[in-house]
Design a protein around this ligand. Structure first.
Ligand code: SAH
Length: 242
């Protein structure tokens, strides 16, 4: 066996281990999601100095004070989007591009928006080099969504928001799903909402902790948040609201 094949096998084995010990065990069971997690080389999305930890059960720094999410979180959020293959998905918070790569194997097209120019450029280059051709990276404030390609079948926000920006709901098609961490600056709840008869019906999935969604409909850098009154109802009790 050549060296490259040995290396490839080693990372594939690490991914299988990651799936069994971190992801399936915690209840993510969708075969399509688990296959996508097994296929994407997470180590390629992690800075060189953290490569040894690429398959560890934790988020890792990616620069600009941001992180690539824990593998379980990526899998759980992806499963919550209930993707079947034909969707066009908007991701807000490209970061390393890892979540976008996982999504790209499960849907027709991924539009992803990142506010840090350096991260957006690096993710775009990485995704292109790795052959994820159905991902389109944009640099800008994604707290307002991305009107250019709306409406979406699913929207995933990978940074914590003070509330669900109403503008995102308006970019979701009927039946579409929105997954977003909502809460204060230190702790959030992962919320899944669905557009039903023109209204967002939401439920809380579990507690989580994300870096902050900054921007017009997110948090301000100084403190407080920008949004006033543009709140789509979310139940804090884990129950769907009528
Ligand atoms: N999904 C990423 C991890 C996201 S970390 C991955 O797989 O690596 C959250 C990201 O959201 C950070 O990169 C941060 O810069 C970005 N972000 C925060 N506010 C944003 C906004 N308003 N618009 C776009 N991106 C934003």
């Amino acid at each position: 066996m050549r060296n490259t094949e040995i290396l490839f096998d080693a990372s594939a084995a690490e991914r299988r281990m990651m799936i069994e010990t971190q992801i399936r065990k915690r209840g993510v069971s969708s075969p399509r999601v688990l296959e996508a997690m097994a296929a994407v080389p997470r180590h390629e999305f992690v800075p060189l100095k953290f490569r040894n930890d690429a398959y560890a059960d934790k988020p890792l720094p990616i620069g600009e004070g941001q992180t690539i999410s824990q593998p379980y979180m990526v899998a759980a959020m992806t499963e919550a989007l209930e993707l079947t293959g034909s969707e066009r998905v908007l991701e807000i918070g490209t970061g390393s591009g890892y979540q976008a790569a996982v999504l790209s194997l499960l849907v027709r097209q991924v539009i992803t928006v990142e506010s840090h120019t350096s991260l957006a450029l690096a993710a775009r280059e990485r995704l292109t080099n790795l052959g994820y051709a159905n991902v389109h990276v944009h640099n800008g404030d994604g707290s307002a969504g991305f009107l250019g390609a709306a409406p979406y079948d699913a929207i995933l926000v990978t940074a914590g928001a003070p509330e669900i920006p109403q503008v995102l709901a308006s970019q979701l098609r009927e039946g579409g799903r929105l997954v977003i961490p909502v809460g204060d600056r230190n702790n959030q709840e992962l919320v899944r909402a669905r557009m039903e008869n023109g209204e967002l019906k939401s439920r809380v999935l579990f507690n989580c902790k994300f870096v902050l969604l900054l921007g017009r409909y997110g948090w301000s850098r100084q403190g407080g948040n920008h949004s006033r009154g543009h709140v789509a109802g979310i139940g804090s009790n884990g129950k769907r609201r009528p």
